[in-house]
Design a binder for this molecule. Structure first.
Ligand SMILES: [Zn+2]
Length: 327
């Protein structure tokens, strides 16, 4: 099913490109800017079984997007600058912002050098337990137990009532298949020491991504508020710098809604990003803790889709031509 869906989406993106519709839609749906969402940036693996491939792009695809944006004369800015331009309504120039979720080491090793070539800033959202080396990246654990039924189990796990139910099932699977669950975070994510050095780079902003990478909407209000405030405090204490920006784990409709948008504001975040697809419009200023993003998706790394993504055509079609999705 997933393969079919990817094929349909790819065909849609190509249709937008070949029809020239992205060119016609640009003035209306390109908005004032784009927040790009990435996870891993690393050379592609030759492995046959890569169910998480949508979460990674090759450094060269990132480079192609940056070159495309420079060609369009788009400003590449920090999340602080996104916040300031929205709140002060500075829309004279279009902007793009690059955000990377989870704090993967490859962000430092592969994304930063490419960003540096363009003198372009990036924001990395850190889950504090991942940096601590105790967090659980259950979706990677699942990949590592190499189950042929990944799709079905993944959907089933996300529908379980609580994170605890999911964590229990994954822990049982890992034990049965001798997968070291917390070893994954230590293997893939930057530690506090590494983050300290990484955060010293003037191009880098560190944001928060909760403590445990939980589905906030499934938590009690008190737990969700604690995940937000404490992750912020832990990262600030460890890195000795303010943490003002947030990315909701999973970030879709079932993981972050109106309650979470308010909690993020109450926790003192200046901005928060979802994974709901969309460009940034002047109206986004009224929803600074529900900002939409455009995913750079590993399944569609074709230079022809770059103008389709930056025109807003892809997300406009996806959203039924509605501009803001913050309810
Ligand atoms: Zn994440």
């Amino acid at each position: 099913m997933k393969l079919l869906r990817n094929t349909v989406i790819r065909a849609g993106l190509e249709a937008l490109y070949f029809s020239g519709a992205h060119y016609l839609l640009r003035p209306i749906f390109a908005g004032v800017g784009t927040i790009f969402m990435l996870h891993h940036v690393r050379p592609s693996s030759q492995a046959q079984f890569q169910p998480n491939r949508h979460l990674e792009v090759e450094p060269e695809f990132l480079r192609a997007m940056l070159a495309h944006l420079r060609h369009l004369d788009v400003d590449i800015v920090t999340m602080d600058e996104v916040h300031d331009r929205l709140s002060q309504r500075h829309f004279a120039r279009r902007f793009a912002c690059f955000t990377l979720d989870d704090g993967y080491r490859d962000n430092r090793d592969f994304a930063l050098p490419v960003m540096r070539d363009f003198d372009a800033p990036l924001t990395v959202y850190v889950a504090s337990d991942f940096a601590e080396g105790t967090g659980r990246l259950w979706w990677v654990a699942l990949e590592m137990v190499k189950l042929a039924t990944f799709d079905r189990l993944h959907d089933w796990l996300r529908l379980l009532p609580g994170d605890h139910d999911m964590q229990r099932e994954i822990s049982a699977l890992c034990a049965r298949h001798e997968v070291d669950e917390t070893g994954i975070a230590r293997d893939l994510c930057m530690s506090w020491d590494e983050l300290k050095a990484f955060a010293d780079d003037p191009l880098v902003t560190i944001g928060a991504h909760t403590i445990t990478h939980c589905n906030l909407a499934k938590q009690t209000e008190a737990t969700a508020a604690f995940e937000l405030a404490s992750s912020r405090a832990r990262i600030e204490a460890a890195l000795q710098r303010p943490v003002l920006h947030l990315a909701y784990p999973y970030g879709d409709r079932i993981a972050a809604g109106v309650r979470e948008f308010k909690l993020a504001q109450a926790a003192g975040f200046k901005t928060a990003v979802t994974t709901r697809p969309g460009m940034i419009f002047p109206e986004s200023a009224g929803h600074l803790t529900a900002l939409q993003r455009v995913s750079l998706n590993g399944n569609y790394q074709d230079a022809r889709i770059l103008p389709v993504l930056t025109s807003g055509a892809a997300t406009a079609v996806w959203n039924g031509f509605r501009r803001i999705d913050a309810a």
